[in-house]
Write a protein that binds this ligand. Structure first.
Ligand code: NDP
Ligand code: TDO
Length: 294
């Protein structure tokens, strides 16, 4: 199975490359700038076609949530327009598209985990742009999966786990918000799920139970402050950096973009339709912290 994946250095791309290294029948073709530039939309179709994919994975995105508030045009092109073009090429090639989206399409006012059919209402430009991307994909091809994930971390790229370990090098105490709930998701677990989903889509080309929108986050949930405390508990056992976490309210940590108070995603549809279950977030975390401390 040849998977063309957008992006080069991103967390999900790098995780797919690492996982595929150990699987003989899966090869990843990462497509990044300048060959494929989601801002330079004319590059998308030729780059994808030259990769001769069996499946396309749309993993690249403009992910700077706060910067998006002042770079709306770039965020909209990369996250909102480009996925529709990827989907149009996927349709022309007759191959499935797996598009990664986000919990930030929701406003977070629901008390329970979000299900796929719940009403969307993004609070910021990043979420709005990702929602536009979802609509564009749905319009361009029925042969798609939209996988909404959340709070992604990994040994690669930039993420909250790396930020906490880095900040602890300079400070003894860190203020972290304790009133936003969500599920940390290891990008390597996303990679496993994406490969599993792709195999099942190819095996069942006409099965609409294996098409549409699905949620995929780590199992269980936490808040950012407790997530940070857990990172440092693990770091302590490995002789890594330490910091005391001061639990604060979101109102005490002003940011350009608003974040949802509830980012929890209900993963049950993925379990029912694909038999895919993600590990507990606490189980996945130590493996990444360990790698980051080496
Ligand atoms: N990070 C998170 O917490 C979450 C992420 N998601 C979604 O998951 C997906 C993967 O995220 P993640 O791996 O964390 O992302 P990263 O921020 O780690 O990487 C983003 C990738 O997008 C690429 N990219 C950005 N702009 C362009 C462009 N104009 N042209 C081509 N490539 C571009 C980057 O390129 P380069 O390699 O050159 O830097 C990089 O490879 C995204 O769709 C994101 O919206 C969803 C929920 C949470
Ligand atoms: C660094 C830091 C962050 N925070 C807060 C800010 C924010 O509410 C929360 C997480 O901060 P980050 O900037 O890492 O998170 P953020 O960029 O909002 O992460 C999001 O990224 C996009 C791409 C997604 O799709 C989302 O699922 C989500 O993972 O923690 C603190 O309270 N203290 C700190 O020292």
């Amino acid at each position: 199975m040849r998977m063309a994946v957008t992006g080069l250095h991103g967390q999900v791309v790098q995780s797919l490359i690492e996982r595929a290294n150990n699987i003989t029948d899966v090869s990843i073709v990462p497509l990044g700038r300048p060959e494929l530039d989601l801002q330079d939309t004319g590059t998308i179709d030729p780059a994808l076609k030259s990769a001769r994919p069996d499946v396309i994975v749309s993993a690249a995105a403009y992910t700077a949530v706060d910067r998006a508030e002042s770079e709306q045009d770039v965020a909209m092109t990369v996250n909102g327009v480009a996925p529709g073009l990827l989907a149009a090429t996927a349709k022309e090639l007759g191959v499935p598209l797996i598009h990664i989206s986000t919990d930030y399409v929701f406003d977070g006012f629901k008390d329970e985990p979000y299900r796929e059919e719940d009403a969307v209402n993004p609070l910021g430009v990043y979420g709005l742009s990702k929602l536009a991307g979802e609509h564009a994909v749905r319009q361009a091809t029925a042969n798609h999966i939209i996988l909404r994930t959340a709070w992604v971390y990994s040994p690669f790229g930039a993420n909250f786990v790396k930020t906490m370990l880095r900040l602890a090098g300079d400070r003894e105490e860190l203020n972290v918000v304790g009133d936003q709930l969500g599920a940390p998701t290891n990008a390597l677990d996303i990679a496993d799920a994406v490969i599993g989903v792709a195999r099942q889509m190819l095996a069942r080309p006409d099965d609409m139970q294996k098409r549409g929108t699905f949620h995929l986050s780590g199992t269980g949930y936490t808040d950012w402050a407790h997530f940070a405390e857990t990172i440092f508990e693990i770091s302590a056992t490995l002789g890594g950096p330490q910091a005391k976490i001061n639990r604060i309210a979101t109102s005490e940590y002003p940011t350009p973009a608003r974040r949802p108070a509830n980012s929890r995603l209900d993963n049950d549809k993925l379990r029912r339709n694909f038999s895919i279950v993600t590990p507990e977030w606490r189980e996945s975390l130590p493996r990444v912290v360990q790698r980051l401390l080496v």
